[in-house]
Ligand binder design. Structure first.
Ligand code: EPS
Length: 392
């Protein structure tokens, strides 16, 4: 099982992660991790920060001659912006005053975090609450994805809605088909959206441009899909073993995420049971198959053999340039929030983060079922199970 913890502030020296439970023999390199890290930095509507950063995870431990040893893998992602924040975020007392951040932003962790830890300079809260932390989770996700690749599983996170503009052009397509649509959009509009709606993308760009002009922000919905997963990952026998519950928790832990739906999600309430539930068929030589995936690949907290399909809603970013009503925590005077710098839309980046956190949970479901200290051992156990599934 992969267990990990992250540390680091948004404008501090950098982000650290320790990943425990990575089996030995897995090929891992800084270049591989960088592929996902640079995907996360892209996206139409990002702020100025990404021009400063160029994320690369330094492998500190757990890898030798390009392969994991079985020891904990430690990674460090440097914040280039720290150069500009050395005094403000100094670990030791500094001479002279440092400007405080006393007006909490509605929607951010500022006020509740300040009350909880006794800070009125919300810098002490926002630095850690910031979505900059997601860079570390994307690095962990890249390790999980390297393992999933060994298990023959493909996973992809993309955008299905920005500012309420939705597409259905992904319906019925596999990951390759969706990626093709996304590159069509990127070629046509010269904008990185990770969104497969060729017709709707123009409206999305207009909405983001408008939000930039107005000093506002927009949210959206991200979707993560996988290739078909073997049936029986996760468990129905205990509440905290259910895979959908674990995936939902992982997604809800991502900064600014407010809701999760599997398959048809909340729309299930309007569809009769006889139509909603994915019919069961049997194909000789293949085993049990499902012609539809309304359940999102999970029944009873377990994979049912279909692709996993999950969506998560992201609220609009809470740092709003035009300002939001608030109160100065020191003077108690009513005021509006102060703006430094932020993103207008981070939904494309959030889809990369969603892909990472779901990859970690799916990878753990594999490790739980198939075990192994060496990656080859896990793969052999999985291959045996695949034989069993065909015969069952
Ligand atoms: C963030 C605010 C912005 C984002 C940041 C998350 O940072 P800054 O205040 O430095 O402009 O760019 O995200 C990242 C730095 C990142 O790498 O994703 C926030 O308040 O959460």
């Amino acid at each position: 099982m992969l267990r990990y913890m992250t540390a680091g502030e948004s404008h501090g020296k950098g982000l650290s992660v320790i990943i425990d439970g990575v089996p030995s023999g897995l090929e891992l390199s800084e270049d591989l991790l960088e592929q996902d890290l640079s995907e996360r930095q892209k996206g139409y509507g990002r702020g100025g920060r990404q021009k400063i950063e160029s994320d690369r995870a330094e492998i500190i431990s757990g890898v030798r001659f390009g392969k994991t040893t079985g020891a904990p893998v430690a990674l460090f992602i440097k914040n280039r912006d720290f150069e500009n924040w050395k005094k403000i975020l100094s670990a030791v007392p500094v001479n002279g005053a440092v400007k405080e951040f006393n007006v909490p932003r509605p929607g951010h962790a500022d006020l509740a975090g300040g009350i909880k830890y006794g800070h009125k300079d919300f810098r002490n809260v926002l630095e850690r609450a910031s979505a900059r932390e997601t860079a570390s989770r994307v690095a962990v996700g890249a390790v999980a994805k390297a393992m999933l690749k060994k298990f023959g599983v493909d996973i992809f996170g993309y955008v299905s809605n920005i500012a309420g503009i939705v597409t259905d052009e992904d319906m019925g397509l596999d990951i390759e088909g969706i990626k093709k649509k996304i590159s069509e959009v990127e070629k046509k509009y010269k904008a990185s959206l990770r969104f497969p709606g060729v017709d709707e993308a123009a409206s999305i760009i207009r909405m983001i441009d408008n939000a930039i002009k107005e000093g506002d922000t927009v949210g959206g919905v991200v979707k993560v899909i996988t290739s078909p997963l073997p049936a029986g990952l996760g468990d129905y026998t205990q509440w905290d073993k259910k895979l959908d519950a674990r995936i939902a928790m992982a997604l809800m832990s991502v900064q600014a995420f407010k809701g999760v739906e599997f398959g048809l999600g909340f729309r299930c309430s309007g569809i009769p049971g006889s139509l909603f539930h994915d019919r069961i068929r049997y194909k000789k030589g293949t085993g049990f198959i499902r012609p539809t995936d309304n359940a999102g690949g999970l029944e009873g907290g377990m994979t049912n053999g279909a692709p996993l399909m999950v969506q998560a809603a992201m609220k609009p970013i809470s740092t709003v340039r035009k300002g939001t009503e608030s109160v100065n925590a020191k003077t108690k005077n009513s005021t509006v929030t102060v703006y430094e710098r932020s993103d207008t839309c981070a939904v494309p980046a959030a889809s990369v983060v969603a892909e990472a956190v779901v990859a970690i949970e799916v990878c753990n479901a594999f490790m739980e079922k198939f075990g192994g200290d060496r990656i080859e051992e896990t793969v052999i156990n999985l291959e045996n199970y695949a034989k069993y599934l065909k015969k069952y």
